[in-house]
Design a protein around this ligand. Sequence first.
Ligand code: AMP
Ligand code: ZN
Length: 464
Amino acid sequence: MRLFNTLTKKIEEFVPNEPGKVQMYTCGPTVYHYAHIGNLRSYIMEDVLEKTLLYNGYEVNRVMNITDVGHLSSDSDTGEDKMVKSAKENNKTVLDIAKFYTEAFFNDFKKLNIKKPKIIEPATNLIPEYIKLISKLLEKGYAYESGGNIYFDTSKLSDYYVLTNHKEDEMVVGARQGVDKDDNKKNQADFVLWFTKSKFEDQELKWDSPWGLGYPGWHVECSCISLKHCGEHLDIHCGGVDNIFPHHTNEIAQSESYLGHKWCNYWIHCEHLNDKNGKMSKSNGDFLTVSLLEEKGYDPLSYRLMCLQSHYRKQLVFTFENLNNAEQTYKKLKQKTLSLTDNGTCDSSAFNHYKGLFLKYINDDMNTSSALTILYDVLKDNISDVTKKELVKSFDEVLSLDLLKQNTNDLDEEFISYVENQIKLRAEAKKNKDFKLADKIRDELKEKKIEIKDTKEGTIWLVK
Ligand code: AMP
Ligand code: ZN
């Protein structure tokens, strides 16, 4: 399997530290608002990555944090805590806000067929671990106390900018958005490990520490959660490209200074979903959610397909026109896959041929769009329906488009049994040569948006 590694800026063969087993960490959401479909593009990419690893036979230990404290309005440690701000605006406690948006986040996962990571850890769970890591960094001389906060001293590293193209002079105040002046810092690139002093006095969640009552910085949580659940040698760390700097850069600085050795081998980043204003983001307020797409009548899996149609390392521009095209393609695709019968036997040589091609593309830095063309080739081929069905089932382990699942999510059980009963009545009518009644039943179902198809194996039905 080959992956583009942000650390080396090359496509590399993936080799985990322990044969057959992958330690994978993915940065989770800051749960102060709904996830937008841009965030979810990154999580779809990570889902495809985990499923591709599983498809290749690896065991995957995937861990994700939930940021419920410490993520300030700017990623460079300035501004108000995003959680506190949201709690105030909604007249709720920080923990209520975290619970509400965490549930909403995993609801979106379900709708988009994104597998929940094996371990999910809220940041507020591991305060003793953060204190341990920060104490060791202070002891080793990588951190210092200033103005009540504990900072990481980036000048102690020979290559702080290992993951990014940023240069020291870009950290000059005003050179980039989000670089604000903080007189307590020795170097502009230094970042906060523990806050006891914040410009905002109403920080709701605070814990005792050797440096006084305070709360952890955002970056420290991902290092500690990963170290706790994935061990000292991480294989894969993921996120969106905006996480490369400063978040992942800071994670490397603190984890490797703490451990005294290299920490993570592969850094995989998903490019942004943009709208007409540029990167879709929670802070600009104008963003799309999965629920909103549903309200507009879209199947969330059409959005998943739209993401799979492009490469994760290319920016994707969201327009409703693009989504409409993806929705049409998805509907046609499902009509084809749901019409497959159980006719014939499975042709193992055709199966292996197509599975080999699918693997070739998916293993080539997750080339999902080419992998999809193999699916279309299968459906067009002259092989038996059973072979096609087996291949569709196999590919869907990675694509997760519910290609063989009847779309009955929105239908209640009563309606489903009504449809099935009508189909039985129609079969009886046809047996009795009462074609008028049979056609009437078909037309009535059509009016209710149920399409029926007669196959050699019996009658199947589709929701239009
Ligand atoms: P946040 O909840 O803001 O911490 O972001 C959660 C994840 O979504 C991170 O991995 C971000 O890098 C990623 N992300 C944020 N905005 C976008 C976007 N417009 N397109 C793709 N990924 C994004
Ligand atoms: Zn993170």
